[in-house]
Design a protein around this ligand. Structure first.
Ligand SMILES: [Zn+2]
Length: 398
C-alpha cells in the first residue's frame, strides 16, 4: 500500500498517459506494470462513466507495445502511435454500441489471444464494455482468462467490479478510476481542445466529471440547447397536465437526439454493406444471402438506437438531479456566498432558475424530488418504457 502511494506521488503523466485526467494513481501502477513490475495477464479497470476507463486501457496497451527502452509509453515510437491510432497488429480492441456483447465477438478475441504476437511484446485484448458480455460470452472469456497464453494480456473495462462475473473478476487485477475533479477536466479541454477557459470551467462543472460530456457541452451548441431544455422542465411543472406534457417533451427530445446521431451512421453503414454485397445502382441483384445480411444490419442498428436513446435520457436525468442538488444547496444556505462552507453550483448558468425553485419549496420536498429522478434512472435501466418512467417521475416532481 505504501509502495503504491509513493509511486503515485512521484508520477508525472506524460507520453501515452497525458490524456488521462486525474488518475495518476492508476497511470503510475499501469506504467510500472508495463515495465514488468507487478505485471499480470488480466486487468479490470473500473470507474464511473466518462472517467477515462478506455483512455487508461488504450494508454496501457500502448505502453505494453512501446519500443523505446525503459519508457512506459513514450507516446512517439511506432509501437505507441500505432496502438493509439488503432492499427497495431497485436492489439485487438472490442468496443460495442449495442446493449450486449455476444459469443461470436468474444470467440474472435479468444482465438486471437492464443496467437504469438506478430511484432509487439504482447498480444493485447481489450474489451471496453466488459459489463455488456452476455452470460454465455462471459463463460467463453472465462476459459481464456483462466489459462492465458504466456504473452497475452487481457484488459477489461466496466463501470464497477460487481458488473463482472465473480469468476472473471477474481482472476483480474483490479484498478479503480475516480471521478476526475472539475478543474482537471477544464484544464484538458483548454489544453487539448482549445476551449476558452471560462466556458471550459462551466462545462466541466456541468458535466460532473464526465470528460466526453464536458467536451460536448463546451463545443456542441445542440448538446447545450438540449441541456437547457431539460433543466427548464424543473421550473415548468405545476399540475398533472403540465407534468405529463413535460414528460412527453423530455422523451421526445432524447429520441430526437439519438435519432440525429444514429441516422448518419446508419446510412453510411447500409451503403457500405450494400456495396460489399454487390448491389448495383438501380438494380436489385446481389449475392445470395444479401437480403438476410441487410436485415441483420437493420436489427443491429435498431438495438443501437434503443441504447442511444437510453443513454441520452440518462444524461438528461443526471442533469436534472444535479439541478435539484443545486436547489437543495441554496435551501440549506450552502450556495450563494453567505460565508462558511460554500459549495460551487453544478449548473452555474442556471442560477436564477435554481433560486426560484428553491424559494418555492422546502429541503424535504427537494430531497423527495432528487429521489424521484434517481428512481426514474433505475426504472429506465431496468427496461421500463421510457415514457412511463418519465411520466411517473414528472408527476412526483410537481
Ligand atoms: Zn513508445
Amino acid at each position: 500500500m505504501t509502495d503504491a502511494a509513493t509511486t503515485t506521488s512521484s508520477f508525472t503523466p506524460y507520453g501515452v498517459w497525458s490524456d488521462l485526467v486525474g488518475q495518476d494513481h492508476v497511470a503510475a501502477e499501469l506504467a510500472q506494470a508495463s515495465l514488468g513490475h507487478g505485471m499480470t495477464h488480466a486487468w479490470l479497470l473500473t470507474g464511473p462513466p466518462g472517467s477515462g476507463r478506455s483512455t487508461a486501457a488504450r494508454a496501457f496497451a500502448a505502453a505494453l507495445q512501446c519500443t523505446t527502452p525503459g519508457e512506459p509509453g513514450c507516446g512517439h515510437c511506432l509501437g505507441c502511435r500505432t496502438v493509439l491510432d488503432g492499427t497495431h497488429p497485436d492489439v485487438l480492441q472490442l468496443a460495442t454500441d449495442q446493449l450486449s456483447i455476444g459469443v461470436a465477438d468474444t470467440r474472435h478475441l479468444v482465438r486471437r489471444s492464443s496467437l504469438t504476437p506478430a511484432s509487439g511484446r504482447w498480444q493485447v485484448l481489450l474489451i471496453e464494455d466488459a459489463d455488456r458480455l452476455t452470460e454465455a460470452a462471459g463463460n467463453v472469456l472465462l476459459k481464456a482468462v483462466e489459462e492465458p497464453s504466456p504473452r497475452t494480456v487481457w484488459i477489461l473495462c466496466a463501470p464497477g467490479r460487481d458488473d463482472m462475473l465473480p469468476t472473471i473478476r477474481s482472476r483480474c487485477r483490479h484498478l479503480l478510476l475516480r471521478t476526475p475533479p472539475a478543474a482537471a477536466v477544464a484544464e484538458i479541454l483548454v489544453r487539448r481542445d482549445g476551449v476558452d477557459p471560462v466556458r471550459a470551467r462551466e462545462a466541466a462543472r456541468a458535466a460532473q466529471g464526465h470528460i466526453g460530456r464536458a467536451k460536448r457541452l463546451a463545443t456542441d451548441d445542440v448538446a447545450r440547447a438540449k441541456r437547457a431544455e431539460v433543466l427548464a422542465l424543473a421550473s415548468s411543472l405545476t399540475d398533472i397536465g403540465s407534468a405529463l406534457a413535460a414528460a412527453q417533451k423530455l422523451v421526445d427530445a432524447t429520441i430526437a437526439e439519438a435519432k440525429r446521431t444514429a441516422e448518419e451512421r446508419d446510412a453510411v453503414e447500409t451503403a457500405e454493406l450494400r456495396l460489399a454485397l454487390g448491389y448495383q445502382e438501380g438494380s436489385r441483384k446481389a449475392v445470395p444471402g444479401a437480403a438476410g445480411a441487410l436485415k441483420d444490419l437493420e436489427a443491429r442498428q435498431k438495438k443501437r438506437a434503443t441504447r442511444m436513446q437510453r443513454d441520452s435520457l440518462d444524461l438528461a436525468l443526471v442533469d436534472l438531479a444535479a439541478f435539484y442538488r443545486d436547489v437543495l444547496a441554496v435551501q440549506l444556505g450552502a450556495l450563494g456566498g453567505s460565508g462558511g462552507d460554500v459549495t460551487e453550483p453544478i449548473h452555474d448558468d442556471q442560477y436564477a432558475a435554481v433560486r426560484k425553485v428553491a424559494a418555492a419549496g422546502t429541503p424535504e420536498a427537494t430531497l423527495r424530488r432528487i429521489e424521484a429522478v434517481l428512481a426514474c434512472r433505475k426504472a429506465v435501466e431496468r427496461n421500463v418504457a421510457p415514457l412511463l418512467a418519465v411520466e411517473a417521475m414528472a408527476v412526483s416532481l410537481r
